[in-house]
Ligand binder design. Structure first.
Ligand code: FEO
Length: 173
């Protein structure tokens, strides 16, 4: 494997582990603030991020490439509001998307077919993850960042479906 691609994939692991850690911290904060639906959504996202890291690790191991696990910084412990928390999620996802796009470009340039196929899954996943974060953020801005509006969105999220996403595309899994 091209060394830039290998180093880039190892570097990318930081973003997935950071997201997992931060989303778990968000799930805790949301539970503390009586938003169990939001908390359930973030707990699931945290688990999904670990699976994303695992996909890359598996790819590297299968190809006999060196995996270097990153240290994970301590996540924040509070947010000023559910809206601020969702803005943070969207920013995270945009950073992950940019990193995946960079890696995809290197894989294409170096004609690394297995990595290109592996990263293709992430390209689609990132489109869905950004869409889900934008959908929830949009609902908060429509319904209000507190009171009954927020409780309504929390109720929707407790069903396991991301509100505002098309039914045939229920969000990342
Ligand atoms: Fe694995 Fe949400 O990016």
């Amino acid at each position: 494997m091209n060394s830039d691609l290998l180093n880039g994939l190892n570097e990318h692991l930081k973003l997935e582990f950071r997201a997992s850690h931060e989303y778990l911290a968000m799930a805790i904060w949301l539970a503390e603030h009586d938003l169990p639906g939001f908390s359930k959504w973030m707990r699931q996202q945290s688990s999904d991020e670990l699976l994303h890291a695992q996909r890359i690790i598996d790819h590297l191991v299968e190809r006999d490439q060196k995996v270097v696990l990153p240290g994970v910084p301590a996540p924040p412990t509070s947010w000023s509001s559910a809206e601020a928390l969702c803005e943070h999620v969207l920013k995270n996802e945009q950073e992950v998307t940019a990193s995946i796009n960079d890696l995809y470009a290197i894989a294409e340039k170096t004609k690394d077919r297995p990595a290109t196929v592996m990263l293709q899954w992430f390209v689609t996943e990132q489109m869905e993850e950004e869409a889900a974060a934008r959908a929830v953020l949009g609902r908060i801005r429509l319904a209000g960042n507190s009171g009954v509006g927020l409780l309504m969105i929390d109720q929707e999220l407790s069903t396991g479906r991301v509100p505002g996403m098309p039914i045939e595309n229920p969000g990342p899994v």
